[in-house]
Design a protein around this ligand. Structure first.
Ligand code: ASP
Ligand code: CP
Length: 430
């Protein structure tokens, strides 16, 4: 490139009429990475823009139709109205999102990072109460939604399992939801029946978030998964458009992959390889919906074949609690994502993910622990991202995202500089 990368990028942003924040989001890189490419050459923090980013931006500015697609479009009204379901501020499915709105949500999640990293506190949800209704097992979703609400200044009331709720006495979803709405300002619901959370949502006008409805969807998990992929790619200098994503495991009952593939299909030119044991394949209607954008979708029963050329491996657990009849209840050893097969089939910059929990019982052959200290394994960074993304979901649904920036105060306690033993490897990447 004859002109400097700084001039090139500034010119592209000016022609597309985009701010740095929006430009970074549109080309799928982190704002912090873009800032380092825009610093004067010779500055200590300045970084070279990856070639692939330069090619992508050139392609956009040289092609009128693409320019139109990526340039500033008129955003009308608050994000919560643009993603609303039946005019209600609820999150039931990833189908509510466009690429633009999902990236707008992620800019709110970026704002939450200083709070999630325990450097700042905010009270924008002071006085608000969250009802966490979990009728199925959960660690991450229940606790991180609760913690996200508390970190915004709200408080949380929980009910866990059927036994300890009046559903055990035969109370309907409608009655439960309407009664809860008199007590709390938002609800997160997990329930074993597909479509049940939409029933809760129909019985109330307060925000309801789907924390997992049977084998249906898990939209907040897919949002944090996509946020993780974009963050990891930004660190690695990769773009999501055109990436190869391998989803492996129980794709029939795994609701996280049902949501994630639809969200990833909002990007351009994706290749999806779906690897599952026989009988646990991805439902055909989800394949059909995700393939509509002209993406390439392969299906295979061989993990070794499927992993070749992967940019992301997304492994999943057998959803034993949902299996019917003769379906396989665990993976064979040939199906396990472990260090040997990742080394054999993938490059040094593959990102290995899993929604967790992984089944560590003998004979389960879920994602191996032998990758635990390998920087390619992103599972704990992925789980950590549950906090900023879920804070962003609440802030948007409750209409306070514009108040966050000016509400930040320093924390009064002293958190550790890195919360996990391996995190220092990534120090400075955010
Ligand atoms: N925790 C995720 C879910 O509830 C994935 C899993 O349980 O395997 O869908
Ligand atoms: N990923 C996830 O949903 O974890 P939990 O089932 O522990 O909530």
């Amino acid at each position: 490139m004859a002109i400097s990368q700084q001039v090139f990028l500034r010119d592209a942003m000016r022609r597309m009429n985009l701010t740095r924040d929006v430009f970074a989001a549109r080309i799928g890189v982190k704002r912090r990475a873009l800032d380092t490419w825009l610093l004067p050459e010779g500055s200590q923090e300045a970084r070279a823009m990856p070639e692939v980013v330069g090619r992508f931006v050139t392609e956009i500015v040289e092609n009128g139709a693409l320019m139109e697609k990526y340039a500033q479009s008129a955003q009308s009204g608050p994000l919560r109205d643009r993603i609303a379901v039946d005019s209600k501020h609820q999150l039931l499915s990833v189908d509510q999102f466009s690429r633009e709105s999902v990236e707008e949500l992620f800019r709110v999640a970026d704002l939450m990072q200083p709070i999630a990293r325990r450097r700042k506190v905010s009270r924008v949800l002071e006085g608000a109460v969250l009802g966490n209704l979990f009728f199925e097992a959960s660690t991450r979703t229940r606790v991180s939604f609760g913690a996200a609400f508390c970190r915004l200044g709200g408080s949380v009331c929980d009910t866990t399992g059927f036994t300890f709720s009046s559903m055990a006495k035969g109370e309907s979803i409608y009655d439960t939801s309407r009664v809860m709405s008199g007590y709390v300002d938002a609800m997160v619901v997990r329930h074993p029946e597909r479509g049940s959370v939409a029933e809760f949502a129909a019985a109330t006008n307060i925000p309801v978030v789907n924390g997992g409805d049977g084998a249906g969807e898990h939209p907040s998990q897919a949002l944090l998964d996509l946020y993780t992929i974009l963050t990891e790619f930004s660190r690695l200098g990769k773009l999501l458009d055109g990436a190869h994503i391998v989803m492996a495991g129980d794709l029939k009952y795994g609701r996280t992959v049902h949501s994630l593939i639809k969200l990833l299909a909002l990007y351009r030119g994706m290749t999806f390889t779906l690897v599952s044991p026989e009988g646990l394949e991805m439902p055909s209607e989800i394949i059909e919906q995700s393939g509509r954008g002209g993406h390439t979708i392969h299906q295979t029963h061989s993990l070794r074949d499927g992993l070749k050329g992967a940019d992301v491996i997304y492994a999943t657990r057998v959803q034993k609690e949902r299996l019917a009849g003769d379906e396989p209840g665990s993976y064979s050893s040939a199906f396990q994502v472990n260090r040997a097969i990742v080394d054999e089939c993938c490059g040094p910059d593959v990102v290995v993910m899993h929604p967790l929990p992984r089944d560590s019982r003998e004979g389960a052959f879920d994602l191996s622990t032998d990758l635990d200290h390998d920087p390619r394994l992103a599972i704990f960074r992925q789980a950590d991202n549950g906090i900023p993304v879920r804070m962003a979901i609440f802030a948007v649904l409750m209409g306070v995202e514009g108040l966050v920036q000016h509400s930040l105060r320093d924390v009064t306690w002293a958190p550790p500089s890195h919360i996990g033993p391996d995190d220092s490897v990534f120090h400075g990447m955010y």
